[in-house]
Write a protein that binds this ligand. Structure first.
Ligand code: MRU
Length: 369
């Protein structure tokens, strides 16, 4: 079972608006690159791999918009994931104009969210295929469409591989704690951290998942519970502050989380609160596993200190679900992510391999092999 978190159909990016879950499962069609940027900024689409796919689709959408504006009387839409990259008669448009559109879209999307490197990775991949595309507007359009659809399809394949590689850490009877949402909603549809759990369960493991609610935006309480319920996996929701007492009672066997950016030495940025869980794992001698596609590594960054951490609005902390809970004017500290040092991570599970006790040398060896 996969969740169609994001798609590109009939000239529009389609997403499940995650700000409305679990109350409403609304599919929103984004037809303008500015709408796509807003959807990423406001977490309508969220989670590092899904943000990467959304970034690639936003660049394609910018080209779609240009074609629609300029080829009046042409087809109703130009690109569709299921039709693949069909030939586009873009003869009425200059290649330079298409390239300028792609550059502008890249600039806009790169301002949306700073931490998940998958966003920048996808933008870079789209730009570099545009640069090396065969001459002519039609070839350029076809090339960027093919790349966006490839990014989406490849991400899903990677998630299944991550699930297979990570399932070895999950045994029947385990109680696993997860933070935020690293499932189908955060990815191409299957998941990374939750993908590991899904693969283990599909293989017959009977496990119980503890779900941190994940303040301030409650991705655990609203989204992970929604996914686990759909799959019939037993789970219990807890306030983030209750995790320590669960560890202390011996009720957590392992923690599995996703990642937004992994530095060259293995330091990992993920949803704020992950580092606190790593400290608990150390205190209570439990493993913390990170599951993420290789595209989440940022090898240009030597350590977690250089990972840009998104600061979000104080309102997210002083309110819950739009209702203010603190006195007007209360100052709030709201980093969206924190960094877990590599030496607190038992293993990073990727689609290529599992890196146990990650460090600079091990990661370097893998990248040069
Ligand atoms: O702010 P969000 O909801 O985009 O944060 C998401 C996370 O921190 C996830 O754990 C991470 O992106 C991995 S998703 C597979």
């Amino acid at each position: 079972m996969i969740i169609q978190t994001i798609d590109y159909r009939k000239g529009a990016v389609k997403i499940i608006d995650q700000t409305l879950l679990p109350d409403e499962e609304r599919i929103v069609r984004l037809t303008d690159v500015k709408e796509a940027a807003e959807a990423i900024t406001c977490l309508r689409v969220r989670g590092a791999p899904a943000i990467g796919i959304a970034a690639a689709y936003a660049m394609l959408l910018a080209v779609e918009q240009l074609l629609k504006e300029r080829l009046i009387g042409g087809p109703r839409y130009f690109f569709d994931r299921l039709d693949g990259a069909r030939p586009v008669d873009a003869a009425g448009i200059g290649e330079i104009e298409i390239r300028e559109t792609l550059v502008a879209a890249r600039e806009l999307i790169s301002t949306t969210r700073p931490t998940a490197v998958n966003l920048f990775w996808a933008l870079e991949r789209m730009s570099s295929v545009a640069e090396s595309a065969a001459p002519g507007p039609a070839a350029l359009c076809a090339r960027v469409a093919r790349e966006a659809f490839a990014i989406h399809a490849e991400e899903l394949e990677k998630e299944y591989a991550i699930g297979m590689n990570g399932a070895r850490f999950v045994r029947s009877g385990m109680n696993i704690l997860t933070h935020c949402n690293a499932g189908g909603l955060a990815t191409a549809g299957y998941g990374t951290a939750l993908g590991v759990i899904y693969t283990a369960v599909e293989g017959g493991a009977k496990i119980h998942v503890y779900v941190d609610e994940t303040r301030p935006l409650l991705q655990g309480g609203r989204l992970t519970t929604w996914e686990l319920k759909k799959r019939g996996i037993p789970h219990t929701l807890l306030c983030d502050g209750a995790a320590a007492s669960l560890f202390s009672a011996g009720r957590i066997d392992a923690v599995i989380v996703g990642a937004d950016r992994i530095a060259a030495n293995g330091d990992t940025a993920n949803k704020v609160g992950t580092f606190g869980l790593a400290v608990l794992c150390e205190r209570f001698d439990r493993p913390l596993y990170v599951a993420a596609p290789w595209s989440t590594f940022d090898l240009g960054i030597p350590s977690g200190k250089a990972i840009p951490i998104e600061d979000r609005s104080a309102d997210e902390v002083t309110s819950i679900a739009g209702k203010r809970i603190a006195p007007d004017g209360t100052a709030a500290y709201n980093p969206a992510f924190d960094v877990t040092p590599a030496d607190m991570i038992a293993a990073i599970v990727t689609e290529r391999c599992v890196i146990e006790r990650p460090n600079l040398l091990k990661i370097k060896e893998l990248t040069t092999a």
